[in-house]
Design a protein around this ligand. Structure first.
Ligand SMILES: CC(C)(COP(=O)(O)OP(=O)(O)OC[C@H]1O[C@@H](n2cnc3c(N)ncnc32)[C@H](O)[C@@H]1OP(=O)(O)O)[C@@H](O)C(=O)NCCC(=O)NCCS
Length: 284
């Protein structure tokens, strides 16, 4: 069987969405477009006899961490080495980058272990398809994010995530301003924030950064209260057992685990104590 790995283009999105929907992932056309437009050198599509059969995408955060995502192969074409070809193309495209990371599904984990990725920490995807939307209370300490806040938010995010991903945060504010909230201390300094986006099946809340789990929960409540839809998803870092419990208490349940893995020197680690919810496995 002839397989070609080519740079991903906007024309591939329709077929990639079909494979992705079959797997049950949550991304929209807009997510593929963002990755292709900002990081075209790191995004690849696998073709067999002219048919789209798989993908792998990448993001380069300042040549410090590159992020691999959207590794998927059409069910009929699995076990033929296609993900290996895709991984080798995307890793080659990241030669100048010190460390490569990804969030592995249970299906992906053995593929990545074989090529030298090692575990960092665990994440649980939590969903609630009957979320009861409560109006934000007047005494909520979470406030909407404005454009003027972004310099401070991006600075805080570098401290917590480890590298600059302002490009992603700015896109989330631009496209989903009503899902962006911040917390400030008594001096007006921003101590936490949350962004969100629409998805194919669920509205996704994340990233959530906060000084403690009470603040994280408060910011989450503000973001979840602002729309009427009732299917929500969050990828919560397992280290936050009390936040996970609070989510369970309001009807969220674990859908599947993700394992954060890396290859290369892990010099830019996240401050997990303040990092509660990731924006999604394809972004970090
Ligand atoms: C994970 C996935 C991308 C693998 O694609 P694939 O093209 O079938 O994988 P390959 O044939 O390239 O296999 C690569 C290697 O991993 C191994 N491997 C693949 N799936 C495996 C599994 N489920 N268990 C154990 N080993 C596995 C293969 O044996 C092969 O090993 P080798 O190098 O010794 O030959 C595919 O199963 C898929 O799309 N799954 C659903 C989406 C998903 O979860 N993606 C991962 C996101 S993190």
């Amino acid at each position: 069987m002839n397989v070609e790995i080519l740079p991903m283009t906007l024309n591939d999105i329709g077929a990639l969405m079909e494979i992705k929907n079959h797997i049950g992932w949550n991304q929209l056309d807009a997510d593929w477009k963002f990755l292709i437009e900002y990081y075209p050198q790191h995004c690849f599509t696998a073709f067999s006899e002219g048919r789209v059969v798989g993908s792998a995408t990448g993001i380069n955060y300042e040549n410090k961490i590159s992020w691999i995502g959207m590794v998927m192969v059409h069910e009929e074409f699995r076990g033929l080495g296609i993900s290996k070809l895709l991984m080798s193309a995307v890793i080659d495209s990241m030669k100048d980058c010190k460390c490569i990371k990804l969030d592995a599904t249970p299906a992906g984990q053995p593929v990545y272990e074989k090529i030298g990725f090692v575990p960092e920490w665990c994440i649980t995807r939590m969903i609630n398809t009957e979320f009861v939307c409560k109006t934000r209370t007047v005494d909520s300490r979470a406030e909407p994010v404005w454009e003027d806040d972004m310099a401070d938010i991006c600075r805080l995010d570098v401290e917590i995530f480890g590298v600059d991903r302002s490009c992603l945060l700015r896109r989330l504010l631009l496209e989903y301003p009503d899902l962006a909230f911040k917390m400030t201390d008594s001096y007006g300094k921003i101590t936490g924030f949350c962004f969100g986006r629409n998805g194919h099946k669920y509205r996704q809340i994340g990233p959530v950064v906060a000084g403690n789990s009470l603040d994280a929960f408060e910011i989450f409540k503000a973001a979840s209260a602002c729309r009427g839809d009732n299917s929500l998803v969050l990828d919560v870092i397992d280290a936050h057992a009390d936040f996970v419990d609070a989510m369970r208490h309001i009807g969220f349940s674990a859908q599947r685990p993700l394992l954060r893995m890396f290859k290369g020197p892990n010099d830019f680690t996240a401050q997990v104590a303040q990092y509660f919810v990731i924006p999604g496995g394809e972004y970090g």
